[in-house]
Design a protein around this ligand. Structure first.
Ligand SMILES: C[S@@+](CC[C@H](N)C(=O)[O-])C[C@H]1O[C@@H](n2cnc3c(N)ncnc32)[C@H](O)[C@@H]1O
Length: 244
């Protein structure tokens, strides 16, 4: 539909009618040829902001939460010294990630698991997550943030891209609202649900939730030189104290 090697309209419809996990299992082999994979210009800008904020030093351990096919792991490998870990609940996406990461210089591990119950101690220097906040319901955001706080070492950082609420007069706003409405109807009629909603985890709303979890937060425009992309924000949240 989006690319000759991407999914057909029928395949996408089949995915949307499955559970979130099964949907991504089906999409895994073709996911990289859809617009749902985070684009490389976003990773380039993200890395620039990260280096501005943390200095050019490398991270010992990096966790990619909802790693999908490993796009962020590929992009961040040069910044990682010891261990790059990706966690995702879809085995289909992880299989593709394993293929994509072949030859990566940094040692890596792919873990099948749910972000609400991650099987790690407080060990990571950096946790990232891209393109996945739509799968976290607003009522689950505090729990999701607490789980990321749990797996970071003291001084570790959670860095991500989000955006501000688009204007109510913009097409983006109404397209997102329309999509969310259709998704609610789909989930009301069909079980199991496919959880995917736009306009969630927005800046600055998410700031209070990060602070409540114990993070110290800094945000800046992701693309400072591109006025048309001003809504995108780079957010970096530092864990100051160990979990109780
Ligand atoms: C849109 S993809 C993004 C993949 C990748 N991060 C990227 O930016 O290209 C979202 C990913 O989140 C995963 N996911 C959604 N909910 C999850 C959960 N509760 N636990 C673990 N993974 C989850 C899906 O399996 C899927 O691979």
């Amino acid at each position: 539909m989006f690319h000759p090697q991407g999914p057909t309209f029928f395949e996408l419809a089949q995915q949307a009618l499955s559970s979130t996990e099964r949907g991504y299992d089906l999409l895994g082999p073709k996911f990289d040829h859809t617009p749902f994979r985070t684009g490389n210009p976003f990773f380039a800008a993200f890395k620039q902001r990260l280096v501005e904020q943390c200095g050019p030093s490398q991270f010992n351990t990096i966790l990619d939460v909802c790693c999908g096919t490993g796009a962020a792991m590929q992009a961040l490998a040069p910044l990682c010294q010891d261990q790059l870990v990706g966690i995702d609940m879809s085995q289909g996406m992880l299989n593709q990630a394993a293929e994509n990461l072949t030859g990566t210089t940094c040692p890596f591990e792919l873990v099948r698991g749910n972000v609400f119950n991650m099987p790690f101690g407080a060990t990571f220097d950096l946790a990232v997550s891209f393109g996945a906040f739509g799968h976290i319901l607003p009522t689950q955001e505090q729990r999701f943030i607490a789980e990321i706080h749990k797996v970071l070492a003291v001084g570790g950082r959670f860095a991500f891209i989000t955006h501000r609420m688009p204007s109510r007069f913009s097409a983006t706003y109404w397209l997102a609202r329309g999509f969310n409405g259709a998704m609610r109807v789909r989930n009301w009629l069909i079980r199991p649900p496919f959880i995917m909603y736009y306009l969630t985890f927005l800046w600055p709303d998410v700031n209070a939730k990060l602070e409540q979890a114990g993070f110290t937060v800094t945000a800046k425009p992701l693309f400072p030189d591109k006025p048309k992309l001003q809504l995108f924000q780079f957010v970096i949240a530092e864990k100051k104290y160990a979990d109780q």
